[in-house]
Design a protein around this ligand. Structure first.
Ligand code: AMP
Length: 190
């Protein structure tokens, strides 16, 4: 069983790459952003709560996010492994994930980051916002806020996983195929 955390700033290509990797390695893809958006679309209580944070580009509170993620993992008891996309995003989430997996006699195999320059990513997100319909992709101020959240709360996770000997990084700039190839090389060598 392998459990991979796909790591990277907003717009780095996590979702795109996850689509390829999940099939290649037979992993269950869990994107917390997608799950929140699904709940917003269906106007659930969770969706209404998440929306107030997401629309501003703020992170959704840990307690809510952790509980949601755990229940999604529990919905897939026969999974051959998970591809976590957009989770964890804070140290508290990473610690909760480690503890939760440990309780199932599992662990994170590796965290792989897609690296890219902020300015390229901001432009990418603004471009994506023209078609994605996502309010958090359409306003440069909200996008900049997402980067601030990333720098303050998510970036420290690199050190967290590095200390466990589980952090890898690949260049996220290139064609989709090139980046998939780089990620696959890391995963194949685990
Ligand atoms: P994403 O689709 O991964 O870019 O996530 C979109 C938005 O969903 C983020 O800006 C947050 O508001 C929220 N979100 C997604 N994942 C998390 C998480 N692990 N912790 C807190 N908020 C999250």
């Amino acid at each position: 069983m392998i459990n991979i955390v796909l790591f990277g700033k907003p717009g780095a290509g996590k979702g795109t790459q996850a689509e390829f990797l999940k099939g290649k390695y037979n992993l269950t893809h869990l994107s917390t952003g997608d799950i929140f958006r699904f709940n917003i679309k269906n106007d659930t209580e969770l969706g209404q709560l998440a929306k107030t944070f997401m629309d501003k580009g703020d992170l959704v509170p840990d307690e809510v996010t952790i509980q949601m993620l755990q229940s999604e993992v529990d919905k897939n008891p026969h999974s051959a492994g998970f591809l976590f996309d957009g989770f964890p995003r804070t140290i508290a989430q990473a610690e909760a994930l480690d503890k939760f997996l440990e309780s199932k006699e599992q662990n994170i195999t590796a965290t792989v980051a897609l690296e890219a320059d902020d300015e390229i990513l901001v432009q990418r997100l603004l471009e994506r916002g023209k078609t994605s319909g996502r309010p958090d992709d359409q306003d440069e101020e909200k996008i900049r806020n997402r980067y601030q959240e990333y720098n303050e709360k998510t970036a420290p996770l690199m050190q967290y996983y590095n200390a466990q000997g589980k952090f890898y990084a690949v260049n996220g700039i290139g064609s989709i195929e090139e980046v998939t190839e780089r990620l696959s090389k890391v995963i194949d060598n685990l």
